[in-house]
Write a new protein. Structure first.
Length: 294
């Protein structure tokens, strides 16, 4: 009887080999699945990172497009000028007249920007007002009070027109080329004539040859002077209750000059006031002088 001897290392039942092969193959597939899943997750993370990176500039751009920048700047200025004038009546009553000029100016600017669009709004406003009041040491009847009030209202109109228009420039030009109000008054109605223009040009050539004569400005000055004399022709009668009517007239107008808004250039401001008072002295001599001669 033959006996075969098989070593234990070489003995593997068939069924076991099959199971072992199946387990081995299942283990390999599981490893492959896990590896594939790990690679897939890693790829997804990489793709998500790329998408986030690509979207960041777009998000920043979208955020900038809806950002609105706004700015508001405002400026306001308010000034007040006042003057006190005293006049004495023939009965010895002392009247103190307070005159005030108020001016206000404001500016505002609004700017807004959103993306490529911008908006800018600018506004400016100004206002001026004059007022006066008076107090009396003694007795001043209603007629005398009304006379003072009416005259100051007239003076205010003359002063406003002179300083707030082109009239001040006209009189300063006349002074610059050597004319005073007496000379302006002399050709008040004749300056538009060719002969007067030639006379002015000839005068200019001999006195201030480097200056150009603007006959239009001189015409404005002479017209305003004549109109002011007509407008204030009744000033003497309105102030006849004063001890010195003409002096009171001049002092009131001097107060008017003081309360006018100050020119930023002190030299020009002084020239404007001097030209105004020079004109008023001419009007005063004309209005009050004629009555005295009579």
């Amino acid at each position: 009887m033959d006996t075969q001897s098989i070593g234990s290392s070489n003995f593997f039942p068939q069924s076991y080999l099959k199971d072992a092969d199946v387990k081995e193959q299942g283990h390999e597939r599981k490893k492959d699945i896990e590896e594939n899943r790990r690679h897939s997750l890693q790829r997804l993370n990489e793709l998500a990172g790329d998408v986030h990176h690509r979207n960041r500039p777009q998000e920043a751009e979208r955020t900038a497009s809806v950002t609105t920048e706004m700015a508001l700047q405002t400026y306001a200025e308010r000034t007040s000028h006042s003057a006190d004038i005293q006049v004495t009546t023939q009965e010895g009553d002392v009247v103190t007249i307070n005159m005030q000029e108020l001016s206000a100016r404001s500016q505002s600017e609004f700017q807004a920007q959103q993306g490529g669009n911008s908006l800018s709004i600018y506004s400016e406003s100004s206002s001026q007002s004059s007022s006066f009041s008076f107090s009396v040491e003694g007795n001043l009847n209603e007629d005398e009070q009304k006379s003072i009030a009416d005259l100051i209202k007239k003076m205010t109109k003359v002063s406003d027109k002179f300083f707030k228009g082109d009239i001040a420039s006209a009189f300063k030009h006349a002074q610059k080329i050597g004319f005073d109000s007496d000379q302006i008054s002399g050709f008040s109605m004749d300056l538009n004539r060719q002969k007067s223009v030639q006379a002015v040009a000839a005068y200019q050539q001999t006195t201030v040859p480097d200056q150009n004569v603007n006959t239009d400005l001189l015409q404005q000055a002479s017209d305003f002077l004549a109109q002011t004399k007509d407008f204030l022709a009744d000033a003497n009668a309105m102030l006849d209750f004063l001890e010195q009517p003409q002096q009171g007239f001049n002092d009131l107008f001097a107060g008017m000059a003081q309360i006018q808004p100050v020119d930023p250039n002190p030299i020009e401001d002084k020239k404007g006031q001097d030209a105004f008072l020079d004109m008023i002295n001419n009007v005063s001599d004309d209005v009050f002088g004629e009555t005295d001669d009579e």
